[in-house]
Design a protein around this ligand. Sequence first.
Ligand code: PLP
Length: 242
Amino acid sequence: MTDVIARRAELAENLARVEERIADACAAAGRGRDEVTLIVVTKTYPAADVRLLAELGVRHVAENRDQEAAAKAAECADIPLTWHFVGQLQTNKARSVASYADVVHSVDRPRLVNALSGAARSHGRELDCLVQVALDAESEAAGGRGGAAPESVATVADAIDAAQGLRLAGVMTVAPLTGPYAGRPASAFDRLREISTGLCTRHPAATMVSAGMSSDLEEAVAAGATHVRVGSAVLGERPRLG
Ligand SMILES: *Cc1c(COP(=O)(O)O)cnc(C)c1O
């Protein structure tokens, strides 16, 4: 029991620190605190932590692997949470992800749109979808992290918009580790914001901009992110996976 109490205190303290960083970043950017939603990325941490986070007021959680996410969402089915899926997604996992996710941030190709649409309809659910943009694809192939090249965003967005069971909600990116934006998250997020503005001229409701993690949430808020995805700054450094 004392372990649970200690963990609760640790999460509360980390959350307070992240909350302060977001509030400061909003103030510095002349934005209202209510313009930015915190999504806590709980990957590799147990459902017990999700429960504590919910008790501490967290309403949005994210996962990046279907198997882990499905089990955790099932264990936490009694908690009012919005589940975000932020990992690279194979079409054969679409059916599972569509059963528990409310928002999928990593939609990057028409084939995946088709798979998610079929899955959402068969579960009788509506999924919010973001087009994941690979900014390192501007100079070279996108490496292993997924995402559509900037010139493909409109195609993927139009496919989502036309698909039954899916709603086009906006765009997402991860600050690139390679290419022209490596080490320049502020420039990467400015570019994402430009892409978002372009998308909104065609799809005015697709206003969500998902950007910024533990190390670069300030840059993301400055560039207009509406959602930040924060893992280690809340839950602690993750043990490195193989
Ligand atoms: C893990 C992850 C995050 C959170 O990263 P931290 O550095 O732990 O804050 C955000 N977005 C995606 C896509 C992730 O996979």
